[in-house]
Design a binder for this molecule. Structure first.
Ligand code: ACM
Length: 678
């Protein structure tokens, strides 16, 4: 056997592990993960001479998109590329990166979005049937950028990629809280980065009508508090989305969720006015009167005007949560139902929807609506967006309707990322037949805006929606949650490139909460707090449109990274009993244990923090219990009964929410306690 010096051995180990980390496909930080991918030997290194060229039949969009990609690369690497713009005149044959696309794509449902990337040490090619696929390829390329001691490079690789579902959306509610143009644009950029292709824009609600109407100007004058998009802004955003390969599907929610329309035009409601813009959250009574011809003339006018702003072939009419109260209490509506033999409110809504369908068909639009528009009297060419349960989606598909899944992707409910990630529109055990499966177009994450503002929206959408985007794009057998979280962390950081505030607003919010005092102890606490999940925040406080959404609960992240990492270390320690893991756990617990005393003086200077004083104390006590449990575990001792009782009492107390937040690490510490008490 040959003898190696210790130094040589260390050298070999370092080299082997470096090669491993660069050649292992698992180490790539791609999201969504491509359909097929093969790493090969080699690296393509970039320097200031890096040149991009386009071949094929590109249009303005691909020149602009490739120039933007070049600028993003230059911004990350600081290389001062010599090429400023990629234009038909500045399109070198000798490019290092050649983008080949046969034709401009059409941004519509079912467009080909496939692409191929080939990288070797000498050149890069992105090949796609059209520029939509080429743009996806450029986003993948930007995620592939890597670095070593010699500089920036792309790993040599072959990628063949295309989406699993054609409808991959994000809905933004711009009504409960208005979302200005720059918020929408930065989120469109982020959507394009993770290959989402539908921006569903929720534009009318009880709390606001958000588009300028020239035909019915009172809609924005009396229904929006002055917070609406002008028609020019809408056109600009639709173009911005199209430049990124994203369709815009507008939603005008009728017949319910319509109070703001009636603040302007009470004559179309099912009960006499006057009406005011709604300021609270929930389901309200005001509903369009489906029995009046004038209602359809009015809605036909509005929809006709909106058709000119929104070129997509799909038009969303909402249709959710009509409580039927105004219909039940209106004598003339009841008489109408008897005369027409309409047996219940659901059937009356189908009558209403069928009239809207006639209008939309004349306007060359296809109807989309929430679950509630599903009715035997509706034809099969409408699209159902399932929000109340997967069963509704399955029922719709079985009955012949196309559908989109949103149940399980309600990001306003601030659930952990893996819950959404593992929610598959078409799992292997789906009860749908092959034909029925084809009716599932995809899914949409829904960002309802009751509890968010332009300041916090990004932190509720990102990074969790990147994992949802992967579910819609990538092969269904991709279900490794740990690997997803590893990649998500990197993608979250890359998304900041678009000006998203999901990471950087956090410390700003903490600064405001401490009144510009030291934020470190508050950050230590809030790093392991999460907002209450589901709809429970609504039952705990009387929120209105104008309430402050600036408290600790608003700063806290839906899926605490620090908490999740702690859970992983606990799991690792319990299976390995590794002393270094023990030290890592203890050092975290000691920081949390000592944090309360550091935070109290800051709370005393910031009354807005009073509401989390108890949870800060609970984290401290909980951490003490965790340390004691670890000591017992290390020494192989079972816990004394008295200690168990004390630990259980503290655990119960630590499960209580304060300031509508809860401690993420309680469960992991409970696991440690169980492991010395059983
Ligand atoms: C909905 O969440 N009401 C569609």
């Amino acid at each position: 056997m040959r003898k190696y010096s210790v130094l040589t051995l260390i050298f070999i180990i370092v080299i082997t592990s470096a090669t491993y980390s660069q050649s292992s496909e698992n180490q790539l930080n791609l999201m969504p993960w491509p359909k097929e991918l093969k790493l090969i030997d080699g690296k393509f290194r970039i320097d200031t001479n890096f040149l991009v060229g386009l071949k094929g039949d590109g249009d303005k969009r691909i020149f602009a998109a490739s120039t933007k990609m070049l600028r993003r690369l230059d911004a990350r690497t600081g290389l001062f590329f010599k090429q400023d713009f990629i234009t038909p005149e500045n399109n070198p044959d000798s490019a290092n990166l050649t983008i080949i696309c046969a034709e401009p794509g059409v941004v519509k449902l079912g467009a080909d979005e496939s692409y191929v990337i080939n990288i070797d040490s000498l050149k890069i090619e992105i090949i796609a049937p059209n520029d939509l696929g080429a743009m996806h390829g450029m986003e993948t390329l930007l995620q592939l950028l890597n670095v070593d001691e010699k500089g920036y490079f792309f790993p040599a690789i072959n990628i063949i990629d295309e989406p699993r579902f054609p409808w991959r959306g994000l809905m933004i509610d711009a009504c409960r809280h208005f979302m200005p143009v720059d918020v929408i644009k930065r989120n469109l950029d982020a959507m394009a980065s993770v290959k989402l292709n539908v921006f569903h824009w929720h534009l009318s609600e009880d709390q606001g009508f958000r588009v300028e109407s020239k035909l019915y100007p009172k809609l924005q004058e009396l229904g929006s508090d002055g917070l609406y998009y002008t028609q020019e802004e809408i056109k600009n955003i639709v173009q911005y989305a199209s430049d990124r390969g994203i369709r815009v599907v507008p939603e005008f929610d009728v017949p319910g969720h319509a109070t703001s329309w009636f603040a302007a035009y009470p004559e179309f409601a099912s009960a006499p006015g006057p009406y005011k813009i709604e300021r609270k959250w929930g389901v309200f009574d005001p509903t369009f009167d489906p029995t009046q011809k004038a209602t359809y003339k009015f809605l036909g006018g509005v929809f006709g005007e909106m058709k000119n702003l929104f070129p997509d072939e799909y038009f969303h009419i909402g249709g959710d949560e009509n409580n039927g109260k105004q219909w039940n209490e209106n004598e003339s509506i009841q008489k109408f139902m008897k005369e027409k033999n309409i047996k219940d409110n659901h059937e009356l809504q189908a009558f209403f929807n069928n009239n809207l369908l006639k209008i939309l068909t004349l306007l060359d639009k296809k109807m989309v609506g929430w679950d509630e528009i599903l009715h035997e009297q509706m034809p099969k060419d409408i699209v159902i967006q399932s929000w109340r349960g997967k069963d509704a989606m399955i029922k719709a598909a079985k009955e012949g309707y196309k559908s989109i899944l949103s149940n399980g992707y309600y990001i306003d409910l601030v659930q952990h990322t893996d819950v959404h990630y593992l929610n598959d529109p078409l799992p292997e055990d789906s009860p749908l037949t092959f034909e029925e499966r084809k009716r599932i177009l995809g899914g949409e994450a829904t960002m309802w805006a009751e509890l968010i503002t332009p300041e916090t929206i990004d932190s509720r959408i990102w990074p969790r929606t990147a994992a949802i985007a992967e579910r819609f794009w990538s092969p269904g057998n991709l279900t490794d949650v740990k690997n997803m979280f590893h990649r998500l962390d990197r993608i979250s950081f890359l998304l900041e490139e678009h000006g998203l505030l999901h990471l950087k607003n956090y410390e700003m919010m903490l600064r405001r909460l401490t009144n510009n005092n030291d934020i470190v102890p508050l950050k230590v606490l809030v790093d392991v707090l999460e907002p209450l999940k589901g709809y429970s925040r609504h039952s705990g406080a009387e929120y209105r449109q104008q309430s402050p959404y600036t408290r600790v609960v608003d700063a806290a992240r839906p899926d605490s990274k620090v908490g999740r990492e702690f859970e992983n270390i606990v799991e690792e320690y319990l299976s390995t009993k590794n002393p270094e893991t023990l030290d890592a756990l203890k050092s975290k617990l000691i920081v949390w244990q000592n944090n309360h005393n550091k935070l109290v003086p800051i709370i005393n200077l910031s009354p807005v923090l009073k509401e989390i004083e108890m949870i800060s104390l609970n984290l401290s006590n909980l951490s003490q219990v965790g340390i004691e449990a670890l000591n017992l575990l290390r020494d192989g001792n079972k816990a004394p009964v008295k200690w168990i009782n004390k630990a259980r009492a503290l655990l119960e107390e630590a499960k209580k929410p304060y300031g509508q937040t809860e401690i993420r690490v309680t469960k992991a510490i409970e696991t440690l306690v169980f492991s010395v008490t059983e």
